[in-house]
Design a protein around this ligand. Structure first.
Ligand code: SF4
Length: 64
């Protein structure tokens, strides 16, 4: 089973790094100014991991 990823919306500062690293999975919502997960699982894990590691406030997490 593919691992799922989620964003802690309270911590997100809307920098856009995650979308830059993996646009298939992350999308910056212009309205809220926060990133959201548009594809919970099945995305490219190496790119997701890169986003997890590069998020400046470390608010992207793997579930479980
Ligand atoms: Fe939010 Fe982190 Fe994505 Fe920046 S990298 S938009 S802080 S989730």
């Amino acid at each position: 089973m593919a691992r799922k990823v989620f964003i802690d919306q309270d911590e997100c500062i809307g920098c856009g790094v995650c979308e830059e690293m993996c646009p298939e999975v992350f999308h910056l919502d212009i309205g809220t100014g926060k990133a959201e997960v548009v594809q919970e699982e099945g995305g490219p894990e190496d790119q997701i991991q890169e986003a997890v590691e590069n998020c400046p406030v470390e608010c992207i997490h793997w579930e479980g």
